[in-house]
Design a protein. Structure first.
Length: 115
């Protein structure tokens, strides 16, 4: 059974940094695209950043230049380095891992940025 577990959320002041990590276990196969999404209270879930198996990245305009996504294919992990955090980055952050036509999601980790 594939399991996706996020870690690294927390409370930080505006301008600070946090690093999120995600581990995918329970599979022998490397994931295709992996990514981070977030959902703020009262808002729809949105894509923050994604990275393909080959390393191509995609970022939401709101985080470009501040967030960096990276992955380790051998370990099926994906990280999100978040710098220059803003109060509007406050949300639950979810890791997604795709394998073929299937998507696997973690339970989410809370990121709170105080002003």
């Amino acid at each position: 059974q594939v399991r996706v577990v996020e870690s690294g959320g927390g409370l930080v002041q505006a301008g600070g940094s946090l690093s999120l990590s995600c581990v995918v276990s329970g599979t022998m196969f490397s994931m295709n695209t992996m990514g981070w999404h977030r959902q703020a209270p009262g808002k729809q879930r949105e894509l923050v950043a994604s990275i393909t198996f080959g390393g191509s990245t995609n970022y939401a305009d709101s985080v470009k230049g501040r967030f960096t996504i990276s992955r380790n294919n051998a370990k099926n992990t994906v990280d999100l380095q978040m710098n220059s955090l803003k109060p509007e980055d406050t949300a639950v952050y979810y890791c997604e891992a795709q394998s073929g036509s299937l998507s696997y999601w973690g339970q989410g980790t809370q990121v709170t940025v105080s002003s």
